[in-house]
Design a protein around this ligand. Structure first.
Ligand code: GDP
Length: 366
């Protein structure tokens, strides 16, 4: 499943966000949030299409996609040099697919900012970025000299490695993130990916604001918005403390009412997960049968056999064809049989590019 790590300086609202994510379990009672470790939780990806399809198919169960959330505490100035929890948490980030960078965008004299300085999310962001960049530089420098030597001896792979390492090094020493570098060749891309650099991971900035700024944001969040734009990154405004209160309400109706009072249509949790999906270019296809209606995550642009492989490698190996029903057709005609009768079911081959929301049935040889 998808894995996102929450980072940010102390007291910016990471745990609060983590808590309101974990309380989201109430929305999917049969697939609860479960805490694997104190700082790791799994939440289900909200998708009302599953519910609508289940009303038609009456499956034994609904299985939504999941997303693992890791609260990575202990990131402070000097962390790359072992301050705070130091290197331990950096290992935790390495394993994630994306980073959720929480920034304090609320005033509150009772909650201290490190060093007692006034609220400044731009500076906070730079501190975290710098720590992660220093760590990446360490990773690069631990390999560069050796690869250079091998490359000098004429090794082709090492030449690829050196070009990647040097390109990264150059932006990192300028205080920029590794994700600003793009590589043309497949070999370079592969080597770059396998470095698992922290600042190469896609990032989502979450501006943690007060209740009164939940809808429109504030001066702080607008500064972050500008920066995110310049970086081509995504940002999201969430009033984490308020959302924590909302999450503790009993019924769905109560929650929805509270959200509407704030001028929001959807909870921060839902918006966060949706953003994370689009950030990572992920989409969902669905299988709908008597046993279960299930969401499957795949990368945008994947063809039918690759998607079949998400379910089982045998499905990919023995792929013959896929029967595809568009979600809207399924809902409109009200059953698979009716869709077939109307001639709306697609019979697709190896080259079919799966679309978000497709209801797939794979035919394969065993
Ligand atoms: P962490 O260290 O980043 O995990 O921060 P916490 O989530 O523990 O939050 C630090 C403190 O700030 C807690 O007392 C929270 O209740 C409080 N807090 C979090 N978000 C907000 C907010 O939007 N407004 C205000 N006033 N306080 C908040």
């Amino acid at each position: 499943s998808l894995k996102c790590g929450i980072v940010g300086l102390p007291n910016v609202g990471k745990s609060t966000l983590f808590n309101c994510l974990s309380s989201a379990k109430a929305q999917a009672a049969n697939f609860p949030f479960c805490t694997i470790e104190p700082n790791v939780g799994v939440i289900t990806v909200p998708d009302e299409r599953l519910t609508r399809l289940a009303e038609i198919v009456h499956p034994g169960r609904i299985v939504p996609a999941t997303c693992e959330i890791v609260d990575i505490a202990g990131l402070v100035k000097g962390a790359s040099k072992g301050e705070g929890l130091g290197n331990k948490f950096l290992g935790n980030i390495r394993e994630t697919d994306a980073i959720i960078h929480v920034l304090r965008c609320f005033d509150d004299d009772n909650i201290v900012r490190e060093g007692g300085a006034s609220v400044n999310p731009v500076e906070d962001k730079e501190i975290i970025d710098t720590e992660l960049q220093l760590k990446d530089l360490e990773t690069i420098d631990s390999q560069l000299a050796k690869q250079q030597k091998t490359a000098a001896a004429g090794n082709k792979d090492a030449k690829v490695a050196v070009s990647v390492l040097e390109a990264y090094r150059e932006v990192l020493i300028q205080g920029k993130n590794a994700r600003t570098v793009e590589f043309d060749s497949k070999d370079e891309q592969k080597f770059a990916h396998d470095l698992f650099l922290l600042t190469a991971k896609p990032v989502l900035y979450v501006c943690n604001v007060d209740e009164s700024s939940a809808k429109e944001g504030n001066e702080y969040s607008r500064k972050i918005e500008e920066i995110a734009k310049a970086e081509n990154a995504e940002m999201l405004i969430i009033a984490a403390k308020t959302e924590e209160d909302i999450a503790s309400l009993e019924t769905y109706e109560d929650k929805q009412m509270f959200l509407e009072e704030l001028g929001l249509e959807e909870s921060g949790v839902n918006r966060l997960i949706k953003k994370a999906y689009s950030l990572l270019n992920l989409e969902t296809f669905i299988t709908a049968g008597e046993m279960e209606v299930k969401a499957w995550t795949y990368h945008k642009g994947w063809k039918a056999p690759q998607c079949a492989g998400v379910i089982h490698t045998d499905f990919e190996k023995g792929f013959i064809r896929a029967e595809v029903i568009k979600y809207n057709d399924y809902i409109q005609y009200g059953s698979e049989a009716a869709v077939r009768e109307a001639g709306k079911m697609g019979i697709e081959g190896k080259e079919y590019v799966v679309q978000d929301g497709d209801i797939m049935h794979f035919r394969f040889n065993v």
